[in-house]
Design a protein around this ligand. Structure first.
Ligand SMILES: [Zn+2]
Length: 514
């Protein structure tokens, strides 16, 4: 028995004009063949600096345990890059051609496992990952196709029809990459060896909310994930996934979805997928707390003396969340700090390759006037002119070339690459000590909290205006009225249309990939 495996993974923000290139994937590192197999061992790193044991390691380990002794696993490639704009046409074509060629070379195959995100966009293509799955299907014929997806995937009929196995993350922030790969492996191997006869059902909700804020261990989602676990305790249920969609993924049927796999029991799959959809619809009014504007946030930070003494106050730049595809060059919080933050030591990340280049040949201590931001996405971001002193220039793994500029009491960490500010090393590698700051600006919605536990004494969500605001998604095109942009009385009409049903009722027939 022969099964090939690969990863092609990016969460794209359709509103970003900063297209993702092949070079962006290469900077993170594309692994192939034996190097990939080695990376998928327990001591390996699947994606250096990002992910140790992920979906592919989990898949390999579980497939070996579930599969027959003669199972042969064929590593193809693994490519991942951080969220940004859609893949440019060249990058997408390169990966599509590469995967097709690798699969043809690996034939005959009994199965294929792909670790995808599910919210990738590509220039000029409506649903690039469905196209990838359809291509794989056309190459491998009757071989089974398994796929793992991020919880923020957009599930569609096309993806479901092209795959035999779908497993989605069930933690947010995501901590279950490896176990998701393992779930896909178990379903695939049991199908291939005739031990199960999977039937699937799903629902699609015309609803967009949450993003990184609907946490699996916090209300209102905790009860829903507990119910999913309870569903799986029924031996007839093979797997349950819930997808919350990436808000800025350009697809007319974007929304949350439920997906249930049972062993030869389509009625039960349908019943549970429907129940899960109803549970999600019932929490649709659970909006995150109202974010602050920059002035409010700075005033709150100033008043939080104890928090500033024992750590820092974190301002989360929700309008420019690089983890959700923001460009990282929004200057609005910086502008407010320079105006109202006197006496507060603040560290502000900002992506501006042009300024890094300007500073690179200067000596530390040089004074200069620079225009910051607004070079990558001028339609969304205004440049800000400042009088600054160059403090540091270094090249780091997280940022590429970067410089620190002193502007009054603020230190601006200007990067050529990502300005995500996910971990303390983002600052310390540039000589900035988080404990010395009153205010740290981060451009990640939630995952930064796991890395800044020691420093984080208070955090404030700040909304200005940018491409990772919920309401920014309303500029995208949708087939149906979508909550909360529109008043939506019932989710079933949109769901029925999305699933291609004649009638919209809960007992209607389901799509099945098998
Ligand atoms: Zn996600």
């Amino acid at each position: 028995m022969r099964i090939a495996y690969a990863r092609l993974y990016q969460e794209s923000n359709a509103l970003s004009p900063v297209l993702t290139t092949l070079e962006d994937f290469r900077e993170v590192g594309i692994l192939e063949g034996d190097a990939l197999a080695q990376a998928c061992t327990p001591r390996g790193h699947e994606v250096q600096g990002f992910l140790r044991n992920g979906e592919l390691s989990g898949f390999v380990k579980a497939a070996r345990r579930e599969g027959p002794a003669e199972l042969e696993l064929i590593p193809l490639f693994s490519a991942l890059t951080i969220p940004a704009g859609p893949l440019d046409a060249e990058a997408f074509a390169w990966f599509e051609d590469r995967l097709r060629a690798d699969l043809l070379a690996a034939l005959p195959l009994d199965g294929v496992f792909l670790a995808l995100h599910g919210a990738m966009c590509a220039e000029g293509i409506t649903e690039p990952e469905a196209r990838i799955l359809e291509m794989v299907r056309s190459v491998v014929g009757d071989a089974r196709v398994a796929v793992s997806l991020d919880m923020h995937a957009n599930l569609t009929s096309r993806k479901i029809n092209a795959a035999d196995v779908i497993a989605g993350y069930r933690t947010n922030p995501h901590r279950d990459h490896a176990s998701t790969g393992a779930r896909a492996a178990r379903m695939l191997l049991r199908q291939l060896t005739g031990r199960t006869r999977p039937t699937v059902a799903w629902r699609s909700l015309p609803m967009l909310l949450g993003g990184g804020l609907m946490l699996d261990f916090w209300k209102p989602m905790r009860a829903i994930f507990q119910r999913m676990k309870a569903m799986e305790r029924d031996p007839r249920v093979l797997d349950v996934s819930l997808f919350q969609a990436h808000l800025w993924n350009d697809h007319p049927d974007l929304g949350w979805s439920s997906f249930v796999v049972t062993d030869g029991d389509p009625a039960l799959a349908d019943e549970l997928a429907d129940e899960l959809a109803e549970l999600c619809w019932a929490v649709r009014h659970a909006m995150p707390p109202r974010p602050s504007d920059p002035s409010e946030a700075i005033a709150t930070a100033r008043a939080a003396r104890v928090a500033r003494t024992f750590g820092a106050v974190f301002l989360v730049d929700a309008s420019d969340a690089v983890g959700a595809g923001g460009t990282g060059e929004n200057t609005r919080i910086l502008e407010a700090l320079l105006r109202e933050g006197q006496g507060l030591r603040a560290y502000v990340p900002l992506r501006d390759p042009r300024t890094v280049t300007t500073c690179w040949d200067l000596e530390p201590g040089t004074q200069l006037t620079v225009s910051l931001g607004g070079g990558l996405d001028p339609a969304s971001n205004d440049p800000l002119s400042v009088d600054a002193t160059l403090v540091t220039k270094r090249s780091t793994r997280a940022t590429g070339r970067a410089v620190v500029l002193a502007v009054g009491d603020t230190r601006v960490l200007v990067t050529e690459g990502s300005a995500l500010a996910l971990e303390p090393s983002f600052f310390t590698d540039m000589g900035l000590q988080p404990f010395a700051a009153d205010i740290l600006v981060v451009k990640s919605l939630f995952p930064w909290r796991m890395h800044f536990v020691a420093q984080n004494r208070k955090s404030i969500f700040v909304k200005t205006s940018g491409i990772t605001d919920l309401d920014a998604a309303w500029s995208l095109d949708f087939h149906d009225p979508v909550h909360p942009r529109d008043e939506v009385a019932c989710w079933r009409p949109a769901d029925g249309r999305r699933r291609g049903l004649q009638d919209d009722g809960p007992g209607a027939h389901l799509d099945s990939p098998t």
